[in-house]
Design a protein around this ligand. Sequence first.
Ligand code: EPZ
Length: 428
Amino acid sequence: MARIVIEGGRPLSGEVRVGGAKNAALPIMAATLLCGETVHLSNVPRLNDVVTMQKVLRALGATCEWEGPGRLKVNADGGIQEEAPYELVKTMRASFFVMGPLLARLKRARVPLPGGCAIGVRPVNIHLKGFEALGARVSIDGGFAVAVADRLVGTRIHLDFPSVGATENLMMAACLAEGSTTIENAAQEPEIVDLGDFLNAMGGRVQGAGGPTIQIEGVERLRGVSYRVIPDRIDAGTFLVLGALTRGPLTVCDAHPAHQVAVIAKLREMGATIEVTDDRITVEAPARLKGIEVKTLPYPGFPTDMQAQLTVAMCLAQGTSLVTETVFENRFMHTAELVRMGANLSIRDRTVVINGVDHLTGCPVSASDLRAGAAMVMAGLVAEGKTEVGNVHHIDRGYENLVERLTGLGARITRIEDPAPGPDNHRR
Ligand code: EPZ
């Protein structure tokens, strides 16, 4: 068990580098199962979720090794097996992304249904409906989703919701189907574009990724390729909000400003000044930000994965702010911890009403999920006194070298590895 201890209230400024995008690397790693040749990936973040996906690929019969910092070599030419192990899938929902590639490559797939998590039930009905539309017979057997097809035939698929994972799974399944597939109401996130670019680099024929309608022409086979993953827009956005919160100036390097339009717009609305070049974004802010209203939406709307982080900034902003979460049904777990630090807020249905206070006070808090954990660290950095964040393993899923990077900006922050909990060790 690990925890992060922060002495808050210190000004943060300087430059921070953004790593590769977790939510692009995971589907791209799954997509390597579509071909029987070696794939070299670069700019892959060394995160717990990536290591889990590495294990899933190995369990399916592929080789997946680090070749150097950020560089993975994957080869799935051996006997790939159709069943993904429950022990791994239960720890990371994104493991379900292997279902589309397995179905496309083997015409059979048996993948444990991913459980829900802190932020919601997170069903996969849209994924399964899409597989059926492509000609698979889908059933649920002992907690596993099972799909079997004589052949996959391209078709028109309309998604009930622009699900990121369903769009990705179906893009991968359609790549080796016979004929043309149209995915309507598709998710438009930059990670979808990155997957489409990767599939095309392997010889796929994907058009329209990043828009609401994606066209995929099935091909006979895909080939090995070298590919670089895009920067992580949520890692970048987290540091942009932190820069506004601690006044900066803070510069995020190696980012794609085009992926930050909604976040930059909201920070400017709160009173921050933001300068943008081709791969650097610098944020500065006045002593106190202004409260605003924000609603999370599928891309290009304001990202749900940035909601907890912006909420922290609103807790200290002038006036009242409203945060409405429209993507997940239970993504306000961080608010109770913020109240313990002195935030003044209340929840009505899917909206948090926040009355800005002039300071937060450090105390022991706990991370409930990946982005809530990042929000707790941010709150500790601006709070008066000491904050201790528990359940840090959530944060390790999505932020590489977070303590080191924050230290480089002037934070007084340390990570403490506690001994495994035993009979007399009752830490929260
Ligand atoms: C991806 O999850 C991301 N994860 C999430 O990031 C992100 O929050 C989410 O997209 C939304 O942007 C990865 O890319 C690995 P969805 P995903 O399918 O694909 C409902 C993080 O912090 N839905 O777009 O699981 C679902 O319940 C993580 O990095 C169905 O009802 O998200 C949710 O309410 C957290 N049926 C909504 O759609 C389905 O079959 C959005 O889910 C699929 C989804």
